[in-house]
Design a protein around this ligand. Structure first.
Ligand code: GDP
Ligand code: MG
Length: 289
């Protein structure tokens, strides 16, 4: 039976306003390997592509930050255009909203999606927050009036409930095509990029709004040995004051950022990680702790 199933491979964009749970969902689907989430919106700066291959199906997930990173007012025309052109190339669109809650930002995204030719799956996330499930029914009904969705799938990205249903629905709409990536590849990003993103995420979590988000993380060394990976990473701050904040009292904050990032990196690469994390002010030439 299995052999008679066609091989399918295609791309899926997961879109939605900040904080609806896009990253959580992708992590659940991709098996926690790309755990780059944050309680704060706007974590995702670049397109994260996560690849999943099971039997005859290869799903390629794409993030289109421009469309959901900022409120409609602050979106530049260029960002929207880029995001929309990225969307045009995908096979299926997954539109994430919060179950029981439809905001004006959701509405703005919906208006854009109506102009897309691809099938759109509406994902009602965080159903675990709705204790009385009968409350979902009128919401489902209202959603089905909004546009001709391919399907409406209530799920909990956090708990994993019904996520497989989403994957199956998407799979049926992927084109019949050979795999684009080897079956064991889970991202097209370099290991260095992933490490930098893990560190950046911990920085954003730790610093809240104290310092701007434009901190850069540079991976200076990535050396894979038989039993461990040695990584030297530098956080580039704009000003000495920022550097002091990142380091924290007696180095406590930097230590915490380093430990948290190391655990994520370890989980991602499945190997012991030795992480050496420094902070440097951009103009400085010498490294300091
Ligand atoms: P993104 O901005 O759309 O990528 O959203 P994130 O994945 O970063 O999630 C935003 C917040 O919602 C985080 O605090 C998540 O833990 C939380 N969250 C995501 N999915 C669920 C879910 O299914 N249930 C609940 N209760 N919380 C969730
Ligand atoms: Mg995110």
């Amino acid at each position: 039976m299995q052999n008679s199933q066609p091989v399918r491979c295609g791309t899926i964009a997961i879109i939605g306003r900040p904080n609806v749970g896009k990253s959580t969902l992708l992590n659940k689907i991709l098996g926690e390997k790309l755990s780059i989430t944050s309680a704060k919106p706007q974590t995702t700066r670049q397109q994260i592509i996560g690849i999943k291959t099971r039997e005859n199906i290869q799903w390629i997930y794409i993030d289109t930050p421009g469309l959901h990173q900022q409120t409609r007012r602050r979106l530049s025309r260029e960002m929207v255009r880029d995001a929309m052109s990225a969307l045009t190339k995908v096979d299926v669109i997954g539109f994430v909203v919060e179950a029981g809650r439809w905001t004006s930002e959701d509405e703005a995204i919906l208006e854009r999606l109506k102009r897309q030719a691809q099938p759109v799956v509406l994902i009602l996330n965080k159903v675990d927050k709705i204790k009385d499930k009968t409350r979902l029914l009128p919401f489902l009904a209202a959603c089905s009036e909004k546009m001709a969705f391919l399907a409406i799938i209530p799920l909990s990205a956090q708990k994993g409930d019904n996520v497989v249903e989403l994957e199956k629905t998407v799979a049926e709409r992927l084109p019949i095509a050979d795999f684009s990536y080897p079956a064991d590849q889970f991202t097209n990003h370099s290991q260095g990029f992933l490490v930098a993103e893990f560190i950046r995420e911990k920085l954003i979590r730790a610093l809240h709004k104290e310092i701007p988000y434009q901190l850069t993380v540079v991976i200076e060394q990535f050396e894979e040995q038989a039993k461990l990976i040695k990584i030297n990473a530098v956080i580039l701050a704009e000003r000495p004051g920022q550097k002091a904040i990142i380091i924290g009292k007696k180095g406590a904050l930097l230590k915490k950022i380093g430990t948290d990032a190391r655990l994520d990196i370890q989980r991602c690469f499945g190997k012991k990680i030795y992480l050496n994390l420094w902070v440097k002010v951009k103009a400085e030439s010498s490294k300091e702790h």
